[in-house]
Structures are given as C-alpha cells and as structure tokens.
Design a binder for this molecule. Sequence first.
Ligand code: PXP
Length: 238
Amino acid sequence: MTKLSVNINKIATLRNARGGNMPNVVQVAKDIERFGGQGITVHPRPDERHIRYQDARDLSKIVTTEFNIEGNPIPKFIDLVLETKPHQVTLVPDAITNITSDAGWDTIKHKDFLKEVISEFKNNGIRTSIFVDPVPKMIEGAKETGTDRIELYTEAYAKGFEDGTKETSIQPYIKAAEIALKNELGINAGHDLSLDNIAFFSSHIPGLLEVSIGHALICESLYLGLENVVQMYLRKLI
Ligand code: PXP
C-alpha cells in the first residue's frame, strides 16, 4: 500500500496571514495523524514564508508517524535536518525565489554534491529521497548518489490528467519507476496530486511507497473537511 504523507505548508501559510497561531500547525499535524494520515511533510524555505524552521523543530517532537522534511540542502537546511532528525529528508533543487518546486535534480551534474550531502544524512540515520523528473538517465544518476529513494515530480502527469491525456502522460512515470525498481531505489511521488488524479497514478506505478500531497488536499478540505479528505485519499491509495 502507498503511504499518504500530508504536506502542511498551506496550514502555515494561513497562520502566517494573521500573525497569531491559528491554525496551530502542531495541532493540525496531530489531527491529521488521528484522521489516518501516515506521515507529515514540511518544506521550510529560507524566507520562512510558510513553514518556519521552528515549526520543523516543534513537529519533530510530536509526529508519531513519518516525519519528512523537504528542501534545498543549503547549509541552514542541512543543520536543521541534522538537529531534528526526521525519518526522511527529501532534497529539492528549488531556488529561493521559486513559488514552489518546479524541477527535479540533474543527478549527473550534481552527483558529487548530492553524494556528499546524502552520505551525511544517512550516517545520521536519516533516510534520503531526491526529487527527480521521470527521465531514465536522471533515475540512473540518482542511484549513483547513494540515495535510498527518489521522489517523482508529478506536475507533468497532473497537467496531462487535466488535459485529458492521462494514458500518455503516465508512461514516463511507469518507465521511471521500472528503472528505479531495477536499481533498488524506493519510489515516492509528489506535486499537484489530487483526489481526482491520485488513484490513476498510484494504480499504474509499480512499487509506489509514498505520496506527499499538500496544496490540493488542503483546498479540497475547505469543502469536504480535513478528516474526510484524508480518509478519501487513503481509500484511493489501496
Ligand atoms: N514534493 C515536493 C518536492 C514539493 O516541493 C511539494 C510542494 O511543496 C510537494 C511534493 C507537494 O506538492 P503539492 O502541494 O502540489 O501537493
């Protein structure tokens, strides 16, 4: 079964809009776990526009499922991960100015850097995943970095699904997953996954271990309620 890790960045965005502590990010994480969520993901960015570094510290003490911190491994981020020791760190090559992640790693160009960072995290008992496009040579390059897992960047799939071309847009992801499995890499996926497109994706990708979903899940919860939505995802991931 594929695990659902809920990305709670948007909860922090809402909190930051007013400057107080509502909604309370820690309480929401606890509630998501109570509703059946199998992991909590956060993506602290250097400008702390949603999740703050202190949120990651606070969450690391209370998350009882799987805690996943994602981000660009700049020195401040590496220090935070080594301090909080999440179960998993997902490395993402996003520029400071990006609104959201918009590309996977070039695992060939950045092989030496990734190798070094990944080995530091793994030496500290933290599982590693790296964000990649579904491109065969990037998956093969990921193997060379020593990472435990890859996270497939699913924006192109989600766009294809919306445009009515799901059958063709899923193909590179199936191929990428097959290469990952052949190379004994675990497979995660995320970005723009939603209640509409998740079942088709998860039922076609062999060995999909985990999806991390934030934006759509929180938007859907505005209409359907967070507890309900978490459980709807779980039913689609069976
Ligand atoms: N994976 C990565 C690397 C991300 O940067 C994000 C967005 O923070 C997600 C997954 C989740 O994407 P979404 O918010 O569209 O579900």
